[in-house]
Design a protein around this ligand. Structure first.
Ligand code: AKG
Length: 269
């Protein structure tokens, strides 16, 4: 029998409303994105930068990853420095509004756009769920500026209000604006918003962290159960475990041998 889902869903049981949430949510619905300014300070950015720098190996394997872009995948197995970004209360408060409880982390990466990188192809993050638009919210993402995002250093290019477009509308680069924001800020956008990494015409790298999230009944991009060893997963805080998929979308989705996955995670080997 499946234990009552609330037993292990306590991190997601309460809405994390904050004074800013109403305004953040209104902007998100209107524009498709909202910029959350200066959520972490310079010391926090330095910490993330130092940790990320130690993890980069090589650069992108194709034009979409970016031949002059460095990426770190499987962050949850490699460092704890992104945890506070992944479950930042201001981000969770918005996710609480968009999705049913026990929504999931789909993908977490560091992205370092190096000088000389070209603009990435415009895309929307939920495009791989092949449903015609408009559709219910499937995904949402954050891109955290660990360095200042400027007009010429590869700041994410976005098309405001493109979350409202139908499936047949195609983006043009002239429609984009650079998401200029100071280090420590994050852009939060809906999975339907057209965007892409910007061209880096500066002489310095542009470091970002991105967390992508999806509805609790969708397949995640990352397979966290294979990526993150069980002995690490056990040590993570419940909110992160839940986001990885150690949770249930009631009544059954995510079960392990008829039990809540967190019971199995916590059990002795
Ligand atoms: O790095 C960025 O600003 C955006 C990257 C992106 O959208 C992606 O790689 O899917």
């Amino acid at each position: 029998m499946i234990p009552h889902p609330r037993r292990y869903s306590f991190q997601f049981a309460d809405k994390r409303e904050r004074p800013e949430t109403d305004a953040d949510y209104a902007a998100l619905l209107r524009d498709g994105y909202v910029i959350l300014e200066r959520l972490i300070d310079e010391a926090g950015c330095d910490l993330v930068r130092r940790e990320a720098q130690g993890l980069f190996v090589g650069s992108g394997r194709n034009a979409f990853e970016g031949f002059k872009t460095q990426r770190v995948y499987n962050i949850l197995a490699k460092t704890r420095v992104a945890d506070d970004l992944i479950d930042h209360p201001r981000v969770l408060a918005l996710l609480d509004r968009i999705f049913e409880p026990n929504y999931l982390l789909s993908n977490a990466q560091f992205i370092n756009i190096l000088p000389g990188e070209e603009a990435q192809a415009l895309h929307h993050d939920d495009g791989f769920y092949k449903l015609p638009r408009p559709h219910p919210q499937l995904g949402a993402a954050t891109i955290w500026a660990i360095d200042d995002f400027t007009a010429d250093n590869g700041a994410t290019a976005i098309i405001p209000e493109s979350h409202l477009w139908n499936s047949d509308a195609l983006p043009r680069s002239e429609q984009t604006i650079p998401c200029v924001m100071p280090a420590g800020s994050a852009i939060f956008f809906l999975g339907t918003l057209w965007h892409g990494g910007g061209a880096n015409r500066s002489n310095r790298p542009r470091l970002a962290f991105t967390g992508q999230y999806c509805a609790p009944w969708l397949r995640q991009q990352e397979n966290f159960f294979l990526e993150v060893p069980r002995e690490i997963a056990r040590t993570l805080r419940p909110a992160i475990q839940g986001l990885m998929g150690y949770s249930i979308y009631p009544p059954f989705m995510g079960m392990v041998d008829s039990m809540h996955p967190k019971r199995v995670l916590d059990a002795d080997d």
